[in-house]
Design a protein around this ligand. Structure first.
Ligand SMILES: NC(=O)C1=CN([C@@H]2O[C@H](COP(=O)(O)OP(=O)(O)OC[C@H]3O[C@@H](n4cnc5c(N)ncnc54)[C@H](O)[C@@H]3O)[C@@H](O)[C@H]2O)C=CC1
Ligand SMILES: CC(=O)C(C)=O
Length: 261
C-alpha cells in the first residue's frame, strides 16, 4: 500500500485520466475526494469504486470558481482532517488558432486549465504546510513542450501550468511540498475522442497520430495513473519541479526509429 493514510483530492476525477488516478490511488490505500463539475458522472464513479471497497467521495466543484474551490478544501479537511496530495487534472480542450478564438473561449479555457490549478493549489497549500511532506501533481500535456496546429489556448495554458509547476516547487520546497507535472500524449479518454471527432477525417487523423508515436499506440489511463502514483508516493521524496512526459517517446526530437541499413 504505497498511499496508506494519505488523503488526496483529484480534480476532473469523474471520468477519463482523473478517474484512473482516483482508482489507482484508492487501491493503494488513499482516501480520495473527486472534485468535478459533472455531478452525475462523479456520483456514478463513486458508486462503482465504493462497490470495489475503495474509500472515495465526490464534491461538486467548478475549479475555475474560487468559492467552489474553498468549499472543496473545507470539505476535505472536515471529512478527513488533512490533505496530502492534490492532482490538478481537470481541463477542457478545443482546436482553434488565435484569430479563430473568441476572448470568451480563451478566458473560459484559461479559467479551467490554468486558473483552476492556481486556485486549488492556493487553498490546498496552507493545509499541506501543516503536513511533514505533501505532493501537488499538475496534469499538463506533451503540447506544453511540442505543439500541433490550431491549439492556441490549450497549448498556452499547459505551457503556463508547466511554468507554475516550477514556480511552486521553488516557493514551497522549504515546506517539503513537492510540485511536479505529468505530460501525457494522446490517451484513450472522452476528451481525446471529442478532439478527433471535431476533425474533418477523424479516422485518418487517428491513424496518423498512431504512426507518429514511437510505440505505435495511444496511452492508457493506467499508464498516466501509474506516473501520478510515483509522484504522490514516498518513492519520489526528492523529485520536485519536474515534468514527466508519459508519451511513449512522442516528444523525442526523432519521433520514429530510423532504419540505417
Ligand atoms: N486524453 C488525452 O489524450 C490527454 C489528456 N491530457 C490532460 O489530461 C487531463 C484529463 O484529460 P481527460 O481525462 O482526457 O479529459 P476528460 O474530458 O475525459 O475528463 C476531464 C474531466 O474534467 C472535468 N471538468 C471539466 N471542466 C471542469 C471544471 N471547470 N471543474 C471541474 N472539473 C471539470 C470533466 O467533467 C471531466 O470529468 C487534462 O488535464 C488533459 O488536458 C493531456 C494530454 C493528452
Ligand atoms: C488533449 C491532448 O493534450 C492531446 C490529445 O494530446
Amino acid at each position: 500500500m504505497r498511499l496508506k493514510n494519505k488523503i488526496a483530492v483529484v480534480t476532473g476525477g469523474s471520468q477519463g485520466i482523473g478517474r484512473g488516478v482516483v482508482q489507482v490511488f484508492a487501491e493503494e490505500g488513499a482516501k480520495v475526494v473527486i472534485a468535478d463539475i459533472d455531478a452525475e458522472a462523479g456520483e456514478n464513479t463513486v458508486k462503482d469504486l465504493i462497490d470495489k471497497n475503495l474509500d472515495v467521495r465526490f464534491h461538486k466543484t467548478d475549479v475555475s470558481n474560487e468559492e467552489d474551490v474553498k468549499s472543496l478544501i473545507e470539505y476535505t479537511i472536515n471529512e478527513f482532517g488533512k490533505l496530502d496530495v492534490l492532482v490538478n487534472n481537470a481541463a477542457i480542450n478545443f482546436r482553434k488558432s488565435v484569430h479563430e478564438t473568441s476572448l470568451e473561449e480563451w478566458n473560459n479555457l484559461m479559467g479551467i486549465n490554468l486558473t483552476g490549478p492556481f486556485l486549488c493549489s492556493k487553498y490546498a497549500i496552507p493545509e499541506m504546510q501543516k503536513q511533514d511532506t505533501s505532493s501537488i501533481i499538475n496534469m499538463v500535456s506533451w503540447h506544453a513542450e511540442t505543439t500541433i496546429t490550431r491549439l492556441a489556448a490549450y497549448a498556452s495554458a499547459k505551457g503556463g501550468l508547466t511554468a507554475l509547476t516550477r514556480q511552486m516547487a521553488l516557493d514551497y520546497g522549504q515546506h517539503q511540498i513537492r510540485v511536479n507535472a505529468v505530460g501525457p500524449s494522446s490517451v484513450d479518454t472522452p476528451l481525446l475522442h471529442k478532439t478527433f471527432a471535431s476533425l474533418e477525417n477523424p479516422e485518418k487523423s487517428f491513424e496518423e497520430s498512431l504512426a507518429f508515436n514511437p510505440m505505435g499506440r495511444v496511452g492508457t489511463v493506467d499508464d498516466i495513473a501509474k506516473a501520478c502514483l510515483f509522484l504522490a508516493s514516498d518513492d519520489s521524496t526528492y523529485v520536485s519541479g519536474q515534468t514527466i512526459l508519459v508519451d511513449g517517446g512522442q516528444s523525442n526530437k526523432i519521433a520514429r526509429p530510423i532504419e540505417f541499413d
